[in-house]
Design a binder for this molecule. Structure first.
Ligand code: SR1
Ligand code: MG
Length: 410
């Protein structure tokens, strides 16, 4: 008998006992300490370390509701999905995810590599740090994990088995509500609009029927397109980074969905980093360095993804009709269209929905925040409505520059 034979939500002292009893990781004489380090919306994250050897591990446990709100009742199976996906992603994109040491179905927790020498990318970007290797790393991760799990490459029966194994209804419902529905109508009353922008949002978003129509089309794409095993929540808060290395974490929202959901999230969250730099860096030369790097990174992410996607396709395509000349480029164009659509949705939902990003909420100057939000929301509308026109990195960046010029600084 063990106290860990039945699920309960652990406290740091329980996690120390858990690490001793269940993990074959620390030496017998380890002097263990633990603290809860999570600041995300959903789970509990514990770091356990041995004061003698300096060894450390992270234990992530799923609760039955989200941390951000008990409104969200969630299956703890998400921890299995996350553990299995990280193991698979390590095979497809080696070195770009943390290593998983153990998954425990009873306790709905997993033990993984401690990445304490990395920082969460969103926080680093808010300090206006730059990461020249990021575009290369994230595009390798996306091209490999996304294309290798599609019908282009996989045996179709095995792919359908994967669709079943990674059906993720509750987490998908969060996305359906928070990303695709509520930003455009606030029908659950959960939106959280920056008060000085409320009238602008009513006029330009809630009363925008043609925008809602496009959001509806995109929602049905998300609901029905079992294209690829996507990460499902690939924003800069799901990335640990240091100058020479990038690690993608938190794939608990993973399921078979549109590739553009992941690529679009990366583009949108880089735009939030840009908006923060643009609004908060007072010195024009410093601002140009940081915002210039983000602009270059947006372009590189899109263009390098396109190049790598075609190369991975060429090297791995198995589906006979997918080998028809021109099909790869047609397919990629649909992915870029979806990328623009989803980037637009993410820009909307993080600006006026329930779950915000600190890049925007931390802008202390009211006029600067009003302007930053309006740039993001205007870019978002253009991305969604004209998504078929976005193919290259320059296409994505030009829209940001156009709206930045349209809203003068006060
Ligand atoms: C209720 S969870 C809110 C958001 O946090 C997660 O990171 C996802 O992005 C989700 O939409
Ligand atoms: Mg997360």
């Amino acid at each position: 008998m063990s106290q860990f034979d039945q699920y309960f939500l652990m406290k740091p002292a329980d996690v120390v006992d858990y690490a001793r009893e269940k993990l074959d990781f620390f030496p017998k004489d380890a002097d263990l300490e633990c603290s809860e380090i999570g600041d995300g919306n959903i789970n509990f994250i514990f770091r356990v370390w041995d004061r003698n050897s300096g060894k450390s591990v992270v234990i992530k446990q799923a609760g039955t509701t989200a941390r951000i709100s008990e409104d969200f009742v969630l299956s703890t199976d998400r921890n299995r999905i996350e553990s299995e996906i990280l193991i698979l992603e390590e095979k497809l994109a080696s070195g770009l995810v943390p290593l998983i040491y153990k998954y425990d179905e009873t306790m709905s927790c997993c033990a993984m590599e401690d990445l304490s020498d990395y920082v969460i990318m969103r926080r680093a970007l808010m300090e206006h740090k730059t990461f020249p290797l990021f575009a290369d790393h994230i595009t390798t991760f996306m091209a490999n994990t996304l294309l290798m799990t599609t019908d282009v490459v996989m045996n179709h029966q095995q792919k359908k088995e994967m669709v079943k194994r990674y059906t993720n209804p509750e987490l998908c419902e969060i996305t359906e509500d928070l990303v695709y529905t509520e930003p455009f109508n606030d029908y659950k009353g959960r939106n959280d609009v920056f008060p000085p922008n409320l009238d602008w949002v009513k006029e330009n978003v809630y009363n925008n029927a043609s925008l809602r129509l496009e959001a509806a089309k995109l929602k049905f794409e998300f609901l029905t397109n079992t294209q690829s095993l996507i990460h499902g929540d690939l924003h800069t808060g799901s990335i640990f980074i240091k100058p020479e290395s990038t690690k993608i974490i938190d794939p608990e929202f993973a399921f078979y969905g549109p590739i553009g959901y992941d690529t679009g999230n990366i583009v949108a969250n880089l735009i939030f980093a840009w908006a923060n730099g643009d609004a908060t860096i007072a010195d024009p030369a410093e601002r140009a360095v940081f915002c210039g790097w983000v602009e270059e990174t947006i372009v590189q992410v899109v263009d390098m993804f396109n190049q790598k996607f075609l190369a991975v396709w060429q090297a791995n395509v198995t589906e006979i009709l997918a080998k028809e000349p021109g099909f790869d480029r047609w397919y990629l164009a649909t992915v870029m269209r979806d990328t623009a659509g989803v980037a637009g949705l993410e820009l909307f939902r993080r600006t006026l929905g329930l779950a915000h990003v600190k890049d925007i909420t931390s802008i202390a100057d009211q006029a600067a925040r009003i302007r930053a939000e309006r740039i993001c929301l205007s870019v978002a509308e253009r991305y969604i409505k004209q998504r078929g026109e976005y193919q290259t990195g320059a296409d994505f960046l030009n829209t940001v520059k156009q709206f930045a010029a349209q809203f003068p600084r006060s």
